[in-house]
Design a protein around this ligand. Structure first.
Ligand SMILES: Cc1cc2nc3c(=O)[nH]c(=O)nc-3n(C[C@H](O)[C@H](O)[C@H](O)COP(=O)(O)OP(=O)(O)OC[C@H]3O[C@@H](n4cnc5c(N)ncnc54)[C@H](O)[C@@H]3O)c2cc1C
Length: 475
């Protein structure tokens, strides 16, 4: 019988286990997780009858793999979209809330009037939109550049710093002036290549066909009614051939003759026919010391942003501002250290929760050392900044700090080239598969897609026979 080891029990590793069982039922699977629980970055706290997410709070319905997986494991009836009555977010700048101007698509204006009438921008900031029409030089298609450099060339600093950067950098907790354009928002480069003007190229861009899942659940962003950790629980419940070993950090893997692999943990050494490693890149680098020094260096040096998320529940009477959007984004230079606040109770209508006002504040960007602050300092900062931004002075009914060291990988300029070099190096090692958020997207849906494709590739490489009987899930 073929034996496969999966290293890492976050969404990528667990989905890989699910697809392996579903598509190749004869395989024996061991899943090793360093932590005492599964889920990795996905953490939900429901202890006080409110849903507080410590990591992601939603995923895209437009990318089908994760929605399909949720439906397969029986979570279909529990999927829910954002509150339809609440659209968009504010920008909090110099102590005021500004609505994001209409027509901004992935951080880029596609309508001129809302930009020219937005009080968020000065006259010079607005006029900089015209730069886009006279930006006669196109970026070279073959060379990467920073997202910030690209956008500043087209739209000037104000539109970038006050609008595009807070909208685009949030996904990675990144710095637009260091993020790779090609690895993060390549369609903006495509818009420039096509029309020179990114405004016109984005405007002309055909809307993608309507997503059947977004239509089914009436929303582009989805979550689960008791929080995203339900996805982790449900996938785990549906694994019947996988031995899950918690608190089992893998220490080392070593290639053996014939394409087999030795895997060492504190419980000893075991031999497998194939490995799937889904750990963050700095762990993956340690696990694979036999890679070329170049590949080792690349993996070990992918930077990550340290993050903190503070979730808090308030008596609604203690919240004096109008919370009629999903929350607010905070540009750098606004005088606050928080990067965004989600008004959870406005964005989602979680059933089964106490009628409290829940919010989440995000701290940490690439290059900042937010986790140098201990929990008490973070709470103090949060309360001061909440008073400044939302005039909340009351004590929260419940508050929780989530510390996330090395929370999100950074796709810096040249990222795709570096990943290509790693892929090339990995080809030398049969039956070794490496996946993870440092490549192919940090979003939850990207993680599941990569897990499915990795398992498919493994099936082909190992000549595994696909399932002939329908796979039964316990829903
Ligand atoms: C604050 C925050 C907010 C986010 N918001 C969103 C969002 O709203 N929507 C969205 O789509 N995505 C979001 N993301 C991104 C998304 O959550 C992650 O990209 C995704 O969950 C990563 O899954 P993963 O399994 O690849 O990695 P991880 O979740 O990092 O899992 C890797 C696992 O490997 C384990 N491990 C490490 N070392 C070892 C070892 N030696 N042996 C065995 N196991 C080991 C770890 O303990 C961990 O469980 C967010 C991320 C963060 C941090």
């Amino acid at each position: 019988m073929t034996r496969v080891a999966l290293i890492g029990g976050g969404l990528t590793g667990l989905s890989a286990a699910y697809y392996l069982e579903r598509d190749y039922p004869g395989v024996e699977i061991d899943l090793f997780e360093a932590d005492k629980e599964l889920g990795g970055r996905i953490r939900t706290d429901t202890t006080h009858n409110v849903v507080i997410e410590g990591g992601p709070d939603s995923f895209l319905a437009t990318k089908p793999d994760l929605v399909e997986l949720c439906e397969e494991v029986g979570l279909g009836p529990h999927l829910m979209g954002t509150n339809p009555r609440v659209r968009g977010a504010y920008i909090f700048w110099k102590n005021r809330y500004f609505p994001i101007p209409d027509g901004i698509q992935t951080g880029v204006p596609t309508k001129a009037k809302p930009i020219f009438t937005s009080p968020l921008l000065s006259v010079a900031g607005k006029l900089a939109l015209l730069k886009d029409f006279v930006a006669m030089t196109k970026g070279r298609e073959d060379e990467d550049q920073s997202l910030g450099h690209f956008l500043r060339r087209h739209f000037g600093n104000q539109i970038v710093d006050r609008l595009a950067a807070p909208m685009l950098s949030g996904i990675f907790a990144g710095d637009v002036d260091q993020m790779s354009l090609k690895a993060t928002f390549p369609h903006l480069l495509a818009a420039e290549q096509e029309a020179r003007s990114v405004y016109l190229g984005s405007k002309r861009r055909k809307a993608p066909p309507p997503s059947p899942f977004a239509q089914r659940y009436h929303s582009i962003f989805l979550t689960v009614d008791r929080g995203l950790q339900q996805i982790i629980r449900k996938i785990a419940e549906n694994l019947h051939q996988t031995r899950i070993m918690l608190s089992h950090p893998v220490q080392r893997v070593t290639p053996k003759p014939g394409g087999q692999w030795a895997l060492s943990t504190s419980s000893g050494v075991q031999i497998y026919d194939a490995l799937v490693i889904t750990t963050p890149s700095y762990v993956t680098a340690r696990l694979l010391p036999f890679l070329s020094s170049e590949a080792q260096d690349i993996l070990a040096n992918i930077p990550y942003a340290d993050l903190a998320v503070i979730g808090a529940a308030y008596d609604p009477a203690d919240v004096p501002v109008k919370t009629d959007k999903t929350g607010f984004l905070v540009p750098r230079g606004s005088g606050l250290r928080m990067t965004a606040v989600t008004w959870v109770s406005s964005k989602w209508h979680y059933p089964y929760t106490e009628p409290l006002f829940v919010l989440r504040a995000f701290y940490g960007r690439y290059g900042e050392n937010i986790l140098q602050q201990n929990d008490d300092q973070l709470i103090q900062l949060f309360r001061q900044e909440l008073e400044k931004s939302m005039h909340i002075t009351a004590d929260p009914r419940y508050l929780r700090v989530f510390r996330i060291p090395q929370g999100l990988p950074q796709y810096l300029v040249g990222h795709l080239e570096r990943m290509a070099r790693i892929r090339q190096e990995l080809k030398r090692f049969p039956h070794l598969f490496v996946a993870g958020a440092f490549e192919d997207g940090v979003g939850m849906a990207d993680r599941v897609k990569q897990a499915r494709e990795t398992v498919q590739q493994m099936g082909q490489e190992l000549n595994l026979s696909p399932t002939e009987v329908p796979f039964e899930t316990s829903t």
